[in-house]
Design a protein around this ligand. Sequence first.
Ligand code: ATP
Length: 359
Amino acid sequence: MAFLELNGITKYFGRQAAVNAVNLSIQQGEFLTLLGPSGCGKTTILRMVAGFEHPSEGSILLEGDDITDRPANKRPMGMVFQSYALFPHMTVEQNIAFGMHIQRVPRKRIEQRCAELLELVGLGEMGKRYPHQLSGGQQQRIALARALAIEPKVLLLDEPLSALDARVRVTLRTEIRRIQQQLKMTAIYVTHDQEEALAISDRIAVMAKGKIEQLDHPEEIYSNPQTVFAATFVGTSNQFSGVVESAEKGLCQANGYTLHVAPLSSSFDGKRVLLVVRPEEITLHASEGESLGNGTGNHISGVIELRTFLGPFTRFHVRIDDKMLLTADIPSQQARGYDAGQRVLLTFLPSACQVLPVD
Ligand code: ATP
């Protein structure tokens, strides 16, 4: 039995289904991220789990109990919002203690728990401050402590890092993950930031238009996307659209190139497909004269249009024809000597091409 189960959850606003027949099973202690573009229904799912919205159809089960009709204040959920939503007239300690007062937790226990939580979020000295005396990142740590104070069974986080600057975002996402793992807390996290989702999650549900497109571990989502949307929304990718010429031989005609892919099942013969190649799968060679070993790989010639140093790797935008620019990420130590204006040969293995059917 899953810890938290969403069965055929649909939510209509007017005649529009913001969430459309979503099934989701979450294990205890799992960190699951809902990832997708603005308006795809992520927040609506979270709000239904929290009890702020009632599903139009479907049910929500927590440890086997149907909680679909249970009001929000009777659900063991802690929520963290993008806007922190701290009470401005209360100190940090009072903010953290708020839910515990409502639950009539004894005063001594509240004090002890506040101190523990402040330590946990790394703000041991800040209990007497007011929210306006804290940075955005510190306020969000307090919001997290407040959500955890009531010892929820599920922690719900709605784009908690979106309002913070890039450096704080990265630090705090690591902290959220550390705390979640330390407490073995079940968490649902909403974001539209694919890098954040890949970094923080046990599993990711990639969403589009109210539906889950793919539900998988981050590595699988990245290296084995199952739909065109998942491939294009997560990570940077080079895309060729074309037709499978021979599934058995793994041959495709795409954007005027004959490309080798891994052998496919015969059902792919003649199908329209999108070929996706990640930038780090591409290798650069100085010239077409260079020996490239046996001929089973893919070779495409082009001219470097832009070179961007990104620290551990260097990103090259290579113009291969009027319409196509390919992106190649090369470890920076191997990128020396390549510069804008230079003609290069790009190679990638058949196994580096993800082949996705296009409807
Ligand atoms: P964002 O990242 O922008 O918050 P999201 O993926 O979380 O997007 P939702 O907030 O769940 O998306 O919204 C899904 C759809 O439902 C959107 O089209 C939105 O306009 C609509 N919607 C959400 N809440 C309401 C509401 N209370 N009344 C009417 N329409 C709503």
